[in-house]
Design a protein around this ligand. Structure first.
Ligand code: NDP
Length: 231
């Protein structure tokens, strides 16, 4: 399988790369600054041609285009695109809302995955049972929300869910599966030390879920155990 991952230099993105390469998949790891991505470079040294690293700042449309040019020179097809990169900026909430903070969170987490998909669509359509996996969050579930939490981060994941659901209808006739997947509460820089599970467990759960997807699952919202998450 040929897989591209965004935000692959740390956290869940890095663990996706580690587990995909360990099982022999061809991995196109992308991150903002490859020269500083030490853990990723160590993996590249270990796996050689199985793993390449490309600069991709998802918030910069030109960077998306440049990354496509580099990756297209290495492959004609992608079987899996994982939109993993995201941010969780501090936000004080009502009374202290700031346009720039809100816009940045919504842009990076909800909008840029669509731009990455759009740019890479021809490679994805050429893939073998191709899948687009947008990493969402239980925070994006309206049905589960029963107390105040992170306005813009939550809204960004709800928006990502809707974008993905629409996308699933647009791509079904092309045989492309598109889902949103919640990784659980995971011990990363974003999840913090009190999170419930390690990246190893989260990715170890998500990969079999991704492997088992069919077109009937397209447009769905799942978590790392494969359970359906309420919208
Ligand atoms: P981290 O904060 O540990 O890592 C975030 C990654 O996203 C980093 O690699 C970061 O790169 C990258 N990133 C941020 N902005 C950009 C950008 N503009 N272009 C490219 N890459 C960027 O987060 P996690 O690994 O925990 O999160 C991964 C995914 O899982 C996210 O979508 C997150 O919302 C989701 N998630 C995580 C949960 C958790 O408990 N950890 C729970 C629910 C969902 P850089 O190092 O350059 O900043």
């Amino acid at each position: 399988m040929r897989a591209l991952i965004t935000g692959a230099n740390r956290g869940l993105g890095l663990e996706f790369v580690r587990q995909l390469a360990a099982r022999g998949d061809r991995v196109f790891a992308t991150c903002r600054n490859p020269a500083a991505a030490n853990a990723l470079n160590d993996l590249q040294a270990q796996y050689g041609d199985l793993l390449s690293i490309t600069a991709l700042d998802v918030a910069d449309p030109e960077s998306i285009t440049l990354s496509l040019a580099e990756i297209s020179s290495q492959t004609d097809t992608l079987d899996l695109l994982i939109n993993n990169a995201a941010i969780a900026l501090d936000e004080d909430g009502l009374g202290s809302f700031e346009l720039e903070t809100m816009r940045t969170i919504l842009t990076v987490n909800a909008i840029t995955p669509m731009l990455v998909i759009q740019e890479y669509l021809e490679l994805i359509k050429a893939g073998d049972r191709p899948k687009i996996v947008n990493i969402s969050s239980g925070a994006g579930s309206l049905a589960s929300r029963n107390s105040l939490r992170s306005y813009s981060y939550s809204a960004s994941k709800s928006a990502l869910n809707m974008y993905t659901r629409n996308l699933s209808f647009a791509l079904k006739d092309d045989g492309v599966i598109a889902i949103v997947l919640g990784p659980g509460w995971v011990k990363t820089d974003m999840g913090g030390p009190n999170a419930h599970i390690t990246p190893e467990v989260s990715i170890g759960g998500m990969l079999p879920v991704i492997d088992g997807l069919t077109l009937d699952d397209s447009g769905g919202f799942f978590n790392y155990t494969g359970d359906i998450v309420p919208w």
